[in-house]
Design a protein around this ligand. Sequence first.
Ligand code: GLU
Length: 489
Amino acid sequence: MSSDPARVRFAPSPTGYLHLGGARTALYNFLFARQTGGQMLLRIEDTDRKRFQSAAQEQLIDSLRWLGIRWDEGPDVGGEFYPYIQSERADLHREYAYELVKSENAYLCFCDTNQLQTQQTTHGGYDGHCRHLAPSNARKRAESGEQHVVRFRTPKQGSVTVHDFLRGEITVGNAQLEDFILLKSDGFPVYHLAAMVDDHTMGITHVIRGEEWLPSLPKHAMLMRAFGWTEPIWCHLSVLKKPGGKGKMSKRDSQPLDKTSGHSIFIDDLRKFGYLPEAIINWMALMGWSLDDHQEDFTIADLQQTFSLKKLNPSPATVDFSKLDYFQGKHMRLLPAGEVAAGIKPYLQHTGLDPDDATLLRIVPLIQERLITFDDAPKWAGFFFSANVSPDPADLIAKKLNQSESLDVLQHVYRSLAALPSLKHESVEQALRSLSERLGIKLGQLLSPVRVAVSGQRVSPPLFNTLEILGKQVTLQRIKNAIKLLKEQ
Ligand code: GLU
């Protein structure tokens, strides 16, 4: 897109962990800022004190950074509008609210807040009781200390037309819009006022956010217009649908999905499951955006070059975890061996093993293609580091061979390998191939009890290399144990 440098913001509320919807919004904002040579801001919108969670801000920042998303201004990196925490700008919001009172676009409302809540739930909106109070009278009441809120004076006739970049013009009858609150009775701004004041004063050119904010757009546009400000370009992203395509995804949907299935909508969970940020970025980028009909492999650097708002699709996007696994496999294969080794190490340690870096680096080329996530590593590589393995004796019997034939195979293998000075994969292969010919059995039949003997399992990385890494002593020891096991059958 050949636009001027954009100033965009990701404005999460610190109410919980970063989830896919939020992360995708952040990603698109980041990409658009980079694409246009502009700036991305991180602004923490903490005006809803009831839902505030003190650890959430740090967690959000941590998850965003882990994904590779960066911002030019924000609570942790500074900038002209530091500290970028909405609640700390409440004085400014208040000033602007009273500016609207002065221009009669807003008014003071003294209705009892408890009574109001009842009215709102039963009648669906404020009845406008204080709308017609004379401003001088209202001011006097406020000055005498009477509790009040500040409400926006929404026109009662006509309609408001707003423009969404992806959806075009949207017109809403004013009768549907109530006189919404701008300042609460404790003087604290509500989100609508705070966000618009912040967007304007921070010079935001494009508001790119989730579709759930579309119903608030008329209010936001009206506020901007009442101040006489130029509206930003509004761009509401597609809804994310639940895996399986039914209904809209919400944060709660993660519960039945997580842990057991290895899937979650929370970025931090996906990180713990061993997914790569590169794979999550690639996957999320395509939830509502595409470059063309065929290209689907993207790095975050590619996306910074190719992303454009024009290619966003407003139709709902499905969260497809099998697609995440697909991208995960692709990005896992592209990773340098050192990074794979560093990635899998904690998962092996977590199972009580103590892997050394040198051995890990030798194993990585054997298993990298087979890993989906880092937490698959114990399955593929745990046996390299365990003191012993405990094969199921039944698995030691090769296909189409009986117990004594399998025993015989293992004894022959033991002798062939014992005769080698050391286990280099080429010499192991040569020795075992010629042994299978001598015994008149297929190589596969010969290898399968050996694989089970040394790894304790029926699948393993390529066997010749596996034996080389295990070394002669461990290999022979494990084959000897397997022979013993089979004999005891
Ligand atoms: N604080 C809002 C949220 O948590 C952001 C809405 C907006 O981007 O305007 O989703």
